[in-house]
Design a binder for this molecule. Structure first.
Ligand SMILES: Nc1ncnc2c1ncn2[C@@H]1O[C@H](COP(=O)(O)OP(=O)(O)OP(=O)(O)O)[C@@H](O)[C@H]1O
Length: 543
């Protein structure tokens, strides 16, 4: 032995000692894990499921979690509530006031999250919890999970923890709507963010539309037994159709906020969407939520543009038959109409969900898709009416409430009557606060200048946004703006027509050229074969 030691160089000794120590460390870690596994109760929470979010949100408020000595820094908030607690290690610039805007830029909260595979011990209700964040799919580099271990006789303490985290999460998430997007690669739903709820009063639609929809959704959500007794599948579909920028998507977000539901968005024309993927996704939609199918007419076209030339219509090559595969493209997207219908109301489809579908071209939808039972309520969205123009103007400009009772000019839609006065900080925008009477008068003048059913509400919103600090000038200049809009539209129309004509001409020329080339080739081939025949004939003649 002595000879062996003396033979090793100092570097070799170091390697041997280091190796022995590392082996000892690994052995002790695995012995400790074995001990933990035999005495501890362990619960696993995967990122794809809600309890993970509840716990991450709860943990973000625990000082011990924030004291982690090894952490990741992220600008994505901990948990879907989109809320982090400053005590849990959020980083904010210290010299800023409490405003959310700094020099016109929104402050970004930076959150500290303990790194993957580090373990934390947190004291909770008389128990020490060992909490570890792990990777679910280390080979793909995504998918976190939480492992919580505790020494206890039964799992009551874990149940209490999950319930407390859930309550806490729901309290903080009350003012937000969570959006989930379909991931066609992993066939699962990915959380995409939490948006502030949009008040229904900020959506200006013809009187009664919002109330009707809200009442219908509420009635559906509390009619589970009624549906079960009659053997009707507990699902309801709403088809919102009409011109772009008329408030379809905004209304759905607003309804989700009002009903306290999350939104699951599927873009049927996305890459990799197939019958199987859609069916799997539909099977994973939770019972109470809004399922949103956007641009239903584009589902079978993969057209990026949604202009008149995009063919979402059921044609002989696309959706003429409900069993025909409509697209089988290089991107692996093979969604058929029958696949879509099956996933919407097949056995795997979730019960209790509200299906909302939007389209700009209702005439292009296959009747099987829009029939009652799939789409029970249809709502048409048009360009702005004068009534809407007046409503949206009032939404935009704050006014000093007068002591006089609300004017009879105020829109009569129930939710519109309770328009909250827009709150603002004196320092953010220099918006003059006018009297209620003056705003009503300006709103009326604004509405008079807006042509009925010609401009989108989104366009009106754009104009008002541009003039958000100049209510009076905004009304004075609106006539000019309408003329500008018309001119722009005409110009765009002309340009589009020219482009189409040019494309048509080019296509015709190309076709003509191809035809000529083909004819020339055929003629060439004809000459060649004639020569060949003559050459073949010659020896025959000679012989
Ligand atoms: N009726 C409305 N009331 C209030 N705001 C509206 C209304 N219509 C449109 N807007 C505003 O216009 C913008 C676009 O609206 P939204 O995306 O909801 O329209 P859409 O009908 O879904 O359009 P698209 O068909 O192109 O998806 C939003 O910022 C929204 O605030």
């Amino acid at each position: 032995m002595n000879t062996l030691t003396s033979m090793l160089s100092p570097l070799g000794k170091l390697v041997v000692i280091g190796g022995t120590m590392e082996t000892a460390r690994r052995a002790s870690v695995s012995a400790w894990n074995g001990f933990v596994d035999s005495f501890f109760l362990t619960a696993h929470f995967s990122e794809e499921d809600y309890p993970y979010d509840w716990l991450m949100h709860w943990l973000s408020k625990q000082p011990a979690w924030g004291r982690s000595r090894e952490f990741e820094i992220t600008t994505r908030s901990a948990g879907r509530a989109g809320l982090t607690d400053a005590t849990a290690g959020d980083l904010e610039e210290e010299d800023e006031d409490d405003g959310t805007l700094v020099h016109g830029r929104r402050k970004r909260k930076v959150a500290f999250q303990p790194s993957i595979d580090t373990t934390h011990t947190i004291y909770y209700r008389g128990h020490w919890l060992r909490i570890t964040r792990t990777k679910r799919f280390p080979e793909y580099g995504h998918g976190s999970a939480l492992k919580i271990s505790v020494v206890a006789r039964n799992n009551d303490i874990l149940k209490k923890l999950v319930l407390e985290a859930k309550k806490d999460y729901e309290k903080d998430a009350e003012h937000r709507v969570h959006i989930f997007l379909a991931d066609t690669t992993y066939q699962c739903w990915r959380w995409n963010g939490a948006r502030q709820k949009r008040p229904m009063s900020s959506i200006v639609l013809q009187p009664g539309v919002k109330d009707m929809l809200l009442a219908d959704c509420k009635d559906f959500l509390c009619s589970e037994e009624w549906y079960a007794e009659r053997g009707i599948p507990f699902r309801r579909g709403y088809l919102l159709h009409g011109v772009p920028g008329s408030g379809k998507t905004s209304l759905i977000h607003s309804l989700a906020g009002e009903l306290g539901l999350d939104i699951y968005v599927v873009s049927l024309s996305s890459k990799g969407m197939s019958d199987n993927t859609l069916t799997t996704l539909m099977g994973h939609v939770p019972t109470r939520c809004i399922l949103l199918l956007e641009d239903l007419d584009a589902a079978f076209t993969r057209s990026v543009s949604r202009d008149g030339s995009s063919t979402g219509a059921p044609t002989s090559t696309t959706t003429s038959s409900t069993t025909q595969t409509t697209t089988a493209e290089s991107d692996g997207s093979t969604l058929s109409l029958s696949g879509l219908l099956n996933s919407l109301d097949g056995v795997a489809a979730a019960e209790g969900r509200l299906l909302f579908a939007t389209t700009n071209h209702i005439e292009r939808l296959d009747p099987a898709l829009s029939r009652p039972g799939r789409m029970d309520v249809w709502v048409n969205f048009t360009h702005a009416t004068k009534w809407q123009a007046e409503g949206i103007f009032k939404c935009f400009f704050p006014y000093k409430p007068s002591t006089v009772a609300a004017s009879e000019n105020v829109p009569t839609d129930a939710s519109q009557k309770n328009l909250p006065l827009p709150k603002r900080k004196a320092s953010t925008h220099a918006i003059p606060v006018l009297s209620e009477a003056e705003i009503s008068e300006l709103a009326k003048r604004f509405a008079e200048a807006i042509p009925e059913d010609e401009l989108s509400v989104a366009a009106l919103q754009g104009y008002l946004l541009k003039n958000k600090t100049r209510p009076r000038e905004c009304v004075d200049e609106v006539d000019e703006w309408v003329i500008e809009q018309r001119e722009t539209r005409e110009k765009l129309k002309k340009e589009k027509a020219e482009k189409e004509a040019k494309e048509k001409k080019e296509a015709e020329e190309k076709e003509k050229k191809e035809k000529e080339e083909k004819e020339a080739k055929e003629a060439q081939r004809g000459k060649g074969s004639e020569r060949e025949t003559r050459a073949q004939r010659k020896p025959v003649l000679k012989s």
